[in-house]
Design a protein around this ligand. Structure first.
Ligand code: GLA
Length: 724
């Protein structure tokens, strides 16, 4: 069998071209240097189908063989990655290998986010498959990031014939495993409790995880891990798959009749009926894959590096983000210029570096049932122009940022009154409202053009250095007023392309702008958004204790630099729980750090703590933002402690963070073991003035102080003082 192999530093990905041109998936896993074609065993299986051209060889069945890009309609009865139909009611394609080639550098995808790398850091493999009858080609593209142990996948569907075709399904990546007893780690949730990790066995039949909300969603994150049953944080084989896409997606895990596993992921096929005219191409979003034999922590580190250095762009991707104060939880929409300035003044005095004006500054937006779409400043409310407000904030030594929600419109808005057909409303039906708002049809260029013009004039009107771009509802009632029925099957995809177009224009026009993504907190927290916004507001839940769990789940697939996290008031507005300022600070510091409360309402003691926190963050931001993040004690039911540590790449410094989650009388002493330290190095701890061996910190750890009360927090900063 002719083989095609991809190698990264520690992994191998191997395919084989069968005698009839089927592209088989042979192996993906820890590095090998041999042929893996022996793994494929040929047996006759009852009710398996045999391609016509294998003649009477009943051991060759597409239903059993591991496929590289399984298609509907060729006798593989497992779930397909691709399904195409024509106008005559023929569904399915029979894809056969045509050719392949290697190219230097990493491919890009028009209009969609994609992992990028220098020409010398990556290679592209393109494999052309063809269905003769439809005259359609599927180009499978692989980006190989050697040093990083990442392989990306994406497909291009090309209509080379003379008939219209319709794409009903086209995933970005599929992986078939001929053996294995796997578990799947997925990250489910809800508004204000996103990305809770759940580990479940892959069972016979098909398990499906998806979003059909038009956004990646709070309920299911488009990042998944497939792990051997025995795999732990520190040992064992596991695979990660992250979709660089912010709309409807699907992951399917399927264990077949002979215990083989198929994992595949890509665009959701719901409402997908993408028309492909002769000569046209369709591009799938990209999936980034990684594999390691060293456990979940190592897998997370690969994705952290990938996102930090090869997905996020712009000047802020590894630079320090300003410590900010956001007025949302301080005032909600009830503020005036004087109130904003008093919040800003107090924050500036304590060392905060940027003021962010949240929702409520535009049109007549005093409640959430109006004004979305009217992106002009309410000068009466602000007591002057935006320029004047920003000047005063700048005068306090702070940068200025502002909240927008460009994809949305309220019926009570000038924009909706002028252009009711720009919102998703099905003629003859009343649309479902969500937070009193409707969604603008961003699949239409004139809509994106208009909103971009509005936002652009806003940014030009004052010294705005940061944008928080929100999106506060799921999408339904999807219908487009233009293009006729030819357009229906592509709206959900083109909506997302419209959002990306908006963001791309923004970053091209304002390259110095820091953009924070947001969708009711972390409802669009995905690698696609991170291509445009290097950080995302992690959750509308700012309760420090609940945040630990949210940030823990988030950390599996995303770096700390991507996580927007703020200290808010106590008792917390979402849960009513009280936690002291130190605890809130330690949790918020595991992210892009800021405050979201009226700092003039806290005690002098707390103000002093805030000053210290800011100074501490300014000193250690690089270790936190760009260091390696290790999960130590996972939060969850019946856990007494949550802990994590950061270690610099050279292992010269580390920051250990511990939070107590419960309190007990006469409790045994708990110890928290550090991870990632050099066992041969000696570390000086600033908090207790002691010197520790890296090995004792890793094997026994630090005792958690015995204090009364729950939700206490400790930070220990270590730096190397001598080496054996
Ligand atoms: C969303 C965001 C919040 C805040 C509000 C404003 O819920 O996640 O942080 O900006 O919108 O309406």
């Amino acid at each position: 069998m002719e083989l095609i192999s991809l190698h990264t530093k520690n992994t191998t990905y191997q395919m084989g071209i069968s005698k009839n041109g089927f592209l088989l998936h042979l192996y993906y896993g820890p590095k090998i240097s041999c042929d893996a074609d022996y793994l494929v065993q040929y047996y006759e299986r009852g009710f398996g189908s045999n391609p016509y051209d294998v003649g009477d060889d009943r051991t060759f069945s597409t239903d059993i063989l591991p496929q590289e890009y399984p298609s509907y309609g060729n006798g593989d009865f497992r779930s397909p990655a691709v399904n195409i139909r024509n106008n005559q009611g023929v569904f399915g394609v029979d894809l056969r290998y045509q050719s392949h080639r290697f190219l230097e550098g990493k491919y890009r995808i028009p209009g969609l986010p994609a992992v990028y790398a220098k020409e010398s850091e990556a290679q592209t493999l393109e494999i052309v498959l063809r269905d003769q009858a439809f005259d359609v080609e599927v180009v499978l593209r692989y980006g190989v990031l050697l040093e990083l142990d990442v392989i990306t996948r994406s497909a291009v569907i090309q209509n080379c014939g003379r008939e219209d075709l319709y794409i009903g399904k086209c995933f970005s990546a599929a992986l078939d495993f001929v053996q294995g007893d796997f578990e799947l780690l997925h990250f489910y949730g809800r508004h204000a409790m996103e990305r809770i990790m759940e580990r479940i066995p892959v069972v016979h039949g098909k398990q499906c995880f998806e979003s059909r909300r038009g956004m990646s969603g709070h309920q299911q994150n488009p990042f998944f891990i497939l792990a051997d049953r025995e795999t732990t944080e520190d040992h064992g084989v596991c695979y990660g798959i992250s979709l660089l896409y912010s709309g409807n997606f699907k992951l399917e895990a399927e264990k077949d009749q002979v215990n083989q596993t198929r994992i595949q992921m890509g665009l959701s096929d719901e409402m997908l009926d993408y028309p492909l005219a002769p000569g046209e191409n369709f591009y799938t979003p990209e999936a980034a894959l990684a594999c390691t034999a060293e456990g979940l922590a190592d897998l997370s580190h690969i994705f952290h590096r990938l996102i930090r250095h090869h997905v996020c762009r712009g000047i802020y991707k590894t630079a320090r983000r300003p410590v900010l104060i956001n007025n949302w939880e301080a005032t909600y929409m009830q503020f005036d210029g004087a109130k904003l300035l008093s919040i800003a003044r107090q924050a500036a005095e304590l060392g905060v570096e940027m003021f962010v004006l949240d929702d409520g500054w535009f049109g007549n937006r005093d409640t959430d049932d109006r004004a979305l779409g009217d992106w002009y400043v309410n000068e009466e409310k602000l007591g002057g122009t935006l320029g004047e407000l920003v000047q005063q904030i700048n005068g306090m030594g702070m940068k200025f940022g502002i909240w927008i929600e460009p994809e949305m419109v309220n019926e009570d808005s000038d924009l909706y009154r002028r252009h009711p057909d720009w919102a998703y409303v099905i003629p003859g039906r009343k649309p479902a409202r969500c937070r009193n708002q409707l969604v603008l049809d961003f699949s239409r260029k004139e809509v994106v053009d208009y909103v971009f013009g509005q936002i652009s004039s806003l940014i030009d009107s004052a010294n705005i250095e940061y944008i928080k771009m929100d999106m506060n509802r799921s999408i339904c009632d999807v219908y487009t007023a233009v293009g006729g029925c030819q357009n229906y099957g592509k709206i959900m995809y083109e909506y997302v392309l419209g959002v990306y177009d908006f963001l791309e224009r923004l970053i091209q026009k304002y390259p110095k702008l820091l953009i924070e993504g947001c969708a009711g907190g972390g409802g669009r927290f995905d690698a696609g958004m991170l291509y445009y916004t290097p950080q995302i507001w992690c959750s509308d839940n700012t309760d420090a204790i609940e945040r630990i769990q949210i940030q823990h789940g988030t950390s599996f697939g995303y770096p700390v630099s991507a996580v927007g996290s703020h200290v808010s008031a106590s008792p917390n507005h979402q849960t009513g729980r009280a936690a002291d300022i130190q605890t809130r600070g330690v949790v918020a510091m595991a992210g892009s750090f800021g405050y979201e409360l009226d700092l003039s309402l806290i005690s002098d003691e707390e103000k002093a703590a805030v000053k210290k926190q800011i100074a501490f963050y300014q000193r250690h931001w690089n270790l936190i933002q760009n260091g390696e993040y290790y999960r130590l004690h996972s939060p969850g039911k019946d856990r007494d402690i949550a802990a994590w540590n950061f270690v610099s790449e050279d292992k010269e410094e580390a920051l250990l963070n511990i939070i107590s989650l419960s309190t007990h009388a006469n409790a045994p002493v708990s110890y928290v073991k550090c991870k990632g330290l050099d066992p041969k190095k000696k570390y000086y701890c600033e908090e207790d003035g002691r010197v520790y061996d890296g090995s004792i910190l890793s094997h026994i750890g630090i005792p958690v102080p015995d204090v009364q009360g729950e939700y206490k927090a400790w930070q220990y900063y270590f730096h190397v003082c001598a080496t054996d």
